[in-house]
Design a protein around this ligand. Structure first.
Ligand code: CA
Length: 233
Protein backbone atom coordinates (compact mmCIF):
# COMPACT_ATOMS: atom_id res chain seq x y z
CA UNK A 1 0.00 0.00 0.00
CA UNK A 2 1.38 3.38 -0.92
CA UNK A 3 1.22 6.20 1.55
CA UNK A 4 -1.99 8.19 1.59
CA UNK A 5 -1.99 11.38 -0.43
CA UNK A 6 -2.22 14.33 1.94
CA UNK A 7 -4.42 17.32 1.21
CA UNK A 8 -4.70 20.53 3.23
CA UNK A 9 -8.08 22.28 3.12
CA UNK A 10 -7.99 25.99 4.01
CA UNK A 11 -11.60 27.20 4.19
CA UNK A 12 -13.32 29.30 6.84
CA UNK A 13 -16.92 28.35 6.10
CA UNK A 14 -17.56 25.42 8.36
CA UNK A 15 -20.16 23.71 6.17
CA UNK A 16 -17.94 23.83 3.10
CA UNK A 17 -14.84 22.82 5.03
CA UNK A 18 -16.53 19.82 6.61
CA UNK A 19 -18.15 18.86 3.34
CA UNK A 20 -14.77 18.92 1.62
CA UNK A 21 -13.15 16.87 4.36
CA UNK A 22 -15.91 14.24 4.13
CA UNK A 23 -15.59 13.96 0.38
CA UNK A 24 -11.80 13.77 0.44
CA UNK A 25 -11.75 11.17 3.19
CA UNK A 26 -14.33 9.20 1.25
CA UNK A 27 -11.95 9.28 -1.74
CA UNK A 28 -9.16 7.84 0.42
CA UNK A 29 -7.16 11.04 0.84
CA UNK A 30 -5.50 12.01 4.10
CA UNK A 31 -6.87 15.42 5.12
CA UNK A 32 -5.85 18.25 7.41
CA UNK A 33 -7.71 21.54 7.59
CA UNK A 34 -7.48 25.15 8.70
CA UNK A 35 -10.27 27.68 9.26
CA UNK A 36 -8.26 30.91 9.21
CA UNK A 37 -5.60 32.43 6.99
CA UNK A 38 -2.73 32.40 9.51
CA UNK A 39 -3.50 28.83 10.56
CA UNK A 40 -3.63 27.77 6.91
CA UNK A 41 -0.28 29.41 6.15
CA UNK A 42 1.36 27.88 9.19
CA UNK A 43 0.15 24.39 8.29
CA UNK A 44 1.07 24.86 4.64
CA UNK A 45 4.61 25.91 5.51
CA UNK A 46 5.29 23.41 8.27
CA UNK A 47 3.44 20.35 6.97
CA UNK A 48 3.99 18.25 3.91
CA UNK A 49 1.02 18.18 1.56
CA UNK A 50 0.59 16.77 -1.91
CA UNK A 51 -2.01 19.43 -2.58
CA UNK A 52 -3.49 22.50 -0.91
CA UNK A 53 -7.09 23.56 -1.51
CA UNK A 54 -7.12 27.26 -0.75
CA UNK A 55 -10.11 29.53 -0.26
CA UNK A 56 -9.59 33.21 -1.08
CA UNK A 57 -11.69 35.10 1.46
CA UNK A 58 -10.32 34.03 4.83
CA UNK A 59 -10.11 35.74 8.21
CA UNK A 60 -6.66 37.02 9.16
CA UNK A 61 -4.95 36.63 5.80
CA UNK A 62 -6.43 36.07 2.36
CA UNK A 63 -5.75 33.18 0.03
CA UNK A 64 -3.74 35.36 -2.35
CA UNK A 65 -1.16 36.21 0.26
CA UNK A 66 -1.04 32.62 1.47
CA UNK A 67 -0.51 31.38 -2.09
CA UNK A 68 2.23 33.94 -2.64
CA UNK A 69 4.03 32.95 0.56
CA UNK A 70 3.67 29.22 -0.18
CA UNK A 71 5.08 29.79 -3.66
CA UNK A 72 8.02 31.74 -2.28
CA UNK A 73 8.84 28.89 0.08
CA UNK A 74 8.16 26.04 -2.34
CA UNK A 75 7.61 26.73 -6.01
CA UNK A 76 6.52 23.15 -6.68
CA UNK A 77 3.75 22.93 -4.07
CA UNK A 78 0.50 22.15 -5.93
CA UNK A 79 -2.28 24.61 -5.03
CA UNK A 80 -5.87 24.79 -6.24
CA UNK A 81 -7.72 28.01 -5.42
CA UNK A 82 -11.38 27.90 -4.46
CA UNK A 83 -12.89 31.08 -5.86
CA UNK A 84 -16.29 32.28 -4.69
CA UNK A 85 -16.97 34.27 -7.82
CA UNK A 86 -15.49 33.17 -11.09
CA UNK A 87 -14.65 36.74 -11.93
CA UNK A 88 -11.65 37.11 -14.19
CA UNK A 89 -9.81 39.32 -11.73
CA UNK A 90 -10.05 36.75 -8.96
CA UNK A 91 -8.93 33.91 -11.16
CA UNK A 92 -6.14 35.89 -12.77
CA UNK A 93 -4.88 37.11 -9.43
CA UNK A 94 -4.83 33.57 -8.03
CA UNK A 95 -3.07 32.10 -11.04
CA UNK A 96 -0.67 35.03 -11.14
CA UNK A 97 0.46 34.17 -7.64
CA UNK A 98 1.22 30.66 -8.76
CA UNK A 99 -1.89 28.59 -8.15
CA UNK A 100 -1.99 25.55 -10.45
CA UNK A 101 -5.69 25.72 -11.12
CA UNK A 102 -8.90 27.11 -9.71
CA UNK A 103 -12.36 25.79 -8.98
CA UNK A 104 -15.30 28.21 -8.90
CA UNK A 105 -17.79 27.99 -6.08
CA UNK A 106 -20.32 26.50 -5.97
CA UNK A 107 -18.49 23.51 -7.41
CA UNK A 108 -19.71 20.01 -8.04
CA UNK A 109 -17.90 17.32 -6.09
CA UNK A 110 -17.21 15.42 -9.28
CA UNK A 111 -15.55 18.44 -10.91
CA UNK A 112 -13.46 19.07 -7.84
CA UNK A 113 -12.25 15.48 -7.61
CA UNK A 114 -11.36 15.50 -11.32
CA UNK A 115 -9.30 18.67 -10.85
CA UNK A 116 -7.58 17.24 -7.81
CA UNK A 117 -6.70 14.05 -9.65
CA UNK A 118 -5.38 16.07 -12.59
CA UNK A 119 -3.13 18.27 -10.47
CA UNK A 120 -1.80 15.26 -8.57
CA UNK A 121 -1.22 13.26 -11.72
CA UNK A 122 0.73 16.16 -13.17
CA UNK A 123 2.81 16.90 -10.12
CA UNK A 124 3.72 13.25 -9.75
CA UNK A 125 4.48 12.54 -13.39
CA UNK A 126 6.76 15.51 -13.93
CA UNK A 127 7.05 16.96 -17.39
CA UNK A 128 10.36 16.87 -19.15
CA UNK A 129 11.59 20.40 -19.64
CA UNK A 130 13.61 21.70 -22.53
CA UNK A 131 16.76 23.14 -20.98
CA UNK A 132 16.77 26.53 -22.59
CA UNK A 133 14.49 28.21 -25.07
CA UNK A 134 15.62 31.06 -27.29
CA UNK A 135 12.89 33.46 -28.34
CA UNK A 136 12.80 36.85 -29.96
CA UNK A 137 14.14 39.29 -27.37
CA UNK A 138 14.29 36.80 -24.51
CA UNK A 139 16.27 33.73 -23.51
CA UNK A 140 14.56 31.26 -21.17
CA UNK A 141 16.31 29.17 -18.55
CA UNK A 142 13.71 26.51 -17.74
CA UNK A 143 15.64 25.05 -14.84
CA UNK A 144 15.98 28.31 -12.95
CA UNK A 145 12.56 29.56 -14.10
CA UNK A 146 13.99 32.79 -15.41
CA UNK A 147 14.04 34.70 -18.64
CA UNK A 148 16.74 37.13 -19.63
CA UNK A 149 16.01 40.12 -21.80
CA UNK A 150 18.02 43.25 -22.44
CA UNK A 151 15.97 45.09 -19.79
CA UNK A 152 16.72 42.48 -17.12
CA UNK A 153 15.54 39.20 -15.67
CA UNK A 154 11.94 37.95 -15.55
CA UNK A 155 10.70 35.26 -13.14
CA UNK A 156 8.37 32.48 -14.28
CA UNK A 157 6.31 29.95 -12.38
CA UNK A 158 6.99 26.27 -12.93
CA UNK A 159 3.67 25.88 -14.71
CA UNK A 160 4.43 28.72 -17.12
CA UNK A 161 7.78 27.16 -17.95
CA UNK A 162 6.08 23.80 -18.50
CA UNK A 163 3.68 25.37 -20.98
CA UNK A 164 6.59 27.04 -22.79
CA UNK A 165 8.62 23.82 -22.76
CA UNK A 166 5.78 21.79 -24.19
CA UNK A 167 5.25 24.35 -26.95
CA UNK A 168 9.00 24.51 -27.61
CA UNK A 169 9.10 20.75 -28.07
CA UNK A 170 6.28 20.87 -30.62
CA UNK A 171 6.96 23.89 -32.78
CA UNK A 172 5.98 22.02 -35.94
CA UNK A 173 2.24 22.35 -35.30
CA UNK A 174 -0.24 24.44 -33.35
CA UNK A 175 -1.06 23.05 -29.93
CA UNK A 176 -4.69 23.16 -28.88
CA UNK A 177 -5.97 24.28 -25.50
CA UNK A 178 -7.23 20.73 -24.92
CA UNK A 179 -3.81 19.25 -25.63
CA UNK A 180 -2.21 21.63 -23.14
CA UNK A 181 -4.80 20.68 -20.52
CA UNK A 182 -4.02 17.00 -21.01
CA UNK A 183 -0.24 17.20 -21.42
CA UNK A 184 0.68 20.04 -19.10
CA UNK A 185 -2.16 20.07 -16.56
CA UNK A 186 -2.73 16.32 -16.51
CA UNK A 187 -6.43 16.47 -17.27
CA UNK A 188 -7.96 13.25 -18.51
CA UNK A 189 -8.76 13.29 -22.21
CA UNK A 190 -12.23 14.39 -23.27
CA UNK A 191 -12.90 15.75 -19.84
CA UNK A 192 -15.83 18.09 -20.14
CA UNK A 193 -14.45 20.87 -18.00
CA UNK A 194 -15.04 24.56 -18.48
CA UNK A 195 -11.82 26.29 -17.64
CA UNK A 196 -9.97 29.40 -18.66
CA UNK A 197 -6.79 28.26 -16.99
CA UNK A 198 -4.92 27.83 -20.27
CA UNK A 199 -6.00 31.19 -21.70
CA UNK A 200 -5.05 32.98 -18.52
CA UNK A 201 -1.65 31.31 -18.39
CA UNK A 202 -1.03 32.18 -22.04
CA UNK A 203 -1.89 35.82 -21.33
CA UNK A 204 0.47 35.86 -18.34
CA UNK A 205 3.27 34.28 -20.35
CA UNK A 206 2.81 36.81 -23.15
CA UNK A 207 3.17 39.69 -20.72
CA UNK A 208 6.56 38.25 -19.81
CA UNK A 209 7.97 37.17 -23.17
CA UNK A 210 6.49 39.61 -25.65
CA UNK A 211 7.67 43.13 -26.38
CA UNK A 212 4.02 43.94 -27.14
CA UNK A 213 1.66 41.32 -25.62
CA UNK A 214 -1.15 42.56 -27.88
CA UNK A 215 0.95 41.76 -30.95
CA UNK A 216 2.63 38.51 -29.93
CA UNK A 217 5.62 37.47 -32.00
CA UNK A 218 6.87 34.59 -29.86
CA UNK A 219 3.72 32.88 -28.68
CA UNK A 220 1.25 33.21 -31.50
CA UNK A 221 -2.38 32.15 -31.81
CA UNK A 222 -3.23 29.97 -34.78
CA UNK A 223 -6.89 30.69 -35.33
CA UNK A 224 -9.13 27.74 -34.65
CA UNK A 225 -6.15 25.48 -33.91
CA UNK A 226 -4.33 26.69 -30.83
CA UNK A 227 -0.95 28.16 -29.99
CA UNK A 228 2.47 27.98 -31.52
CA UNK A 229 5.82 29.06 -30.12
CA UNK A 230 8.24 30.65 -32.57
CA UNK A 231 11.71 29.73 -31.42
CA UNK A 232 15.02 31.03 -32.70
CA UNK A 233 17.14 28.35 -34.30
CA1 CA B 1 -14.18 32.10 2.72
Amino acid sequence: MSKKIQILVVEDEQAIREGLIDVLVFHQYGVDSAATGPEGLEKALTGKFDLILLDIMLPGMDGYEICDRIRTADRDQPVIMLTAKTSDEEIIQGLKLGADDYVGKPFSIQQLILRIEAVLRRSQAGLELARSIALDGIELDTENLTGTRSSGEVAFTKREMEVLSYLAQHTDRPISREELLVKVWGYAKNLDIETRTVDIHIAKIRRKIETDPKEPKNLVTVRGAGYRLVTRA
